[in-house]
Ligand binder design. Sequence first.
Ligand SMILES: [Zn+2]
Length: 469
Amino acid sequence: MLRNTPSVLLLTALLLACSASDSQESLIDLIVYGETLVTMDADMRIIENGAVAVDDGVILALGTAEEIDAAYRAESTLAGAGRIVMPGLVNGHSHAAMTLLRGVADDLALMDWLQNYIFPAEVAFVDPDFVRIGTELACWEMLRGGTTTFVDMYYYPDTIAEVVESCGMRALVSTTVIDQRSPDAESAEDGLAKGLGFVERWKGRNSRITPIFGPHANYTLNAEQLKATREAALDLGAPISIHLSESPFELQYSKDTYGKTSIEMMEEIGFFDGPTIAAHVVWPTDSEIPILVDREVGVIHNPTSNMKIASGISPVTKMLAAGVRMGLGTDGAASNNDLDLWEEMRLAAFLQKVDRMDPTALPAEAVLRMATSGGAEAIGLGDQIGSLEPGKRADLIQVAFDDVHHVPTFNVVSHLVYVTDEQDVASVVVDGQVLVREREFLTIDTARVREEANALAAQINAELERRNQ
Ligand SMILES: [Zn+2]
């Protein structure tokens, strides 16, 4: 019989220590460290010398590195020296594959740009290969800049979803419905029928990918087609993304055609009866903003695109004050011309300040929220992503703060909005999987994508030159 002598107690303690360090309970997939954690939770909690414990794609816990190290041991870690950890950015509106049309037509108004350049170029060049290469290029660029989730609207949505699946990002992929000949459909009816198949094929297939409907706008679809798309979305329990109240042209078109401005017209036909992500919303009237609030429409502000095409200045601060759910988007690379959400944050803040002649308008924290938790809520994923909180999916990034433009840092939130750019993003985790580790891309063969994109661009260029002769 063993008596509790000091040596027996010591042996027991050693055995317990060994079994604890060998036990499965304490071994998790990943710990991400950071000199500062910017949680973006409701209390805007900031943790110095922090760490995030991740297992099975979920954030298990966060706290100081000391607390996390005491409770967990991980198979893999991301070191925290010179790193800020924050939620991945949410790009609420993109046309990813348009990276391949970047710079094809610049300095034009929306309708001239769409009807005389973009729509014809798309019918001529866009096929599944174009969409695959263009979307891979976009995923590469978005991951490089710390975007972990995007809401896409383009053609051949199965191909988009396959690229998202392989690159490891999270996305809502819209199947485009538009009443004209497009690269993948002859008409709105054809597009809707094909879209039904796409949503059915991808629903529940991959938890990172949500298939949704993307009726283009109320000037490229009539009221019956918009209603039919909403009914299809309701039948399949799918959200919708759409361009809404974007330009002075649309405002006038809507008044002339429907006798009402866009948002009122959409409300009248029951378009907001299901989850809606509305891109742009530059021209809402005072009576339309309450509709967006009541119907819980997620509004995605795209400042660069709105400035470049001269669509106007969205009343972002007014909508936020009214309680509209608001996120940020880049729009496609043909009207931006990049997919950089850090730039969107800065421009969103600056535009509101100069428009209102009020430097306190849209402060750094408010705009950082639009790019993270606010954007997640606007696209219907607020309970899953957008902040660092236990139980949420582990979509997070490490931002390097050792570049000269971060020396010194007095206020990390100010730096994230007014200083940080894409090149500062060091590592990216989506759904607990490390996709970028210290600027090395683990899921995208960047050399192959570069080569394929350049080869396709050469073909497009040759064809454009032939046509212009
Ligand atoms: Zn768009």
